[in-house]
Design a protein around this ligand. Structure first.
Ligand code: FES
Length: 99
């Protein structure tokens, strides 16, 4: 299990290896926008990874293509629906858009 901390609420939850950030966050009740339900097409689940980048899967070409279309993307940007927890280290994310 990995600890996922969600900012700005500072909520911490235990998550299983292999879960996407989006699935883990929704299961915990965290309000994160996800119009396309994880199909990597809406970009609403964009968030910043504050700590624990190595605790997440690598960015795929599909994820990178969507990130390229979003205003405000930076080096810490990920799509919650595409980033999968690897279980190697705890992760802290900052949610940028809410439902
Ligand atoms: S939920 Fe739409 S891109 Fe992630």
């Amino acid at each position: 299990m990995t600890t996922l901390t969600i900012l700005p609420s500072a909520t911490s939850i235990a998550v299983a290896e292999g879960d996407s950030l989006l699935a883990a966050m929704l299961a915990s009740g965290a309000p994160v926008a996800h119009k396309c339900d994880g199909e990597a097409s809406c970009g609403q689940c964009h968030l910043f990874v504050i700590e624990g980048r190595k605790g997440l899967s690598r960015i795929s070409r599909a994820e990178n293509d969507i990130l390229d279309t979003i205003v405000g993307v930076g080096s810490k940007s990920r799509l919650a629906c595409q980033a999968t927890l690897t279980g190697t280290e705890d992760v802290t994310v900052e949610v940028l858009s809410f439902v």
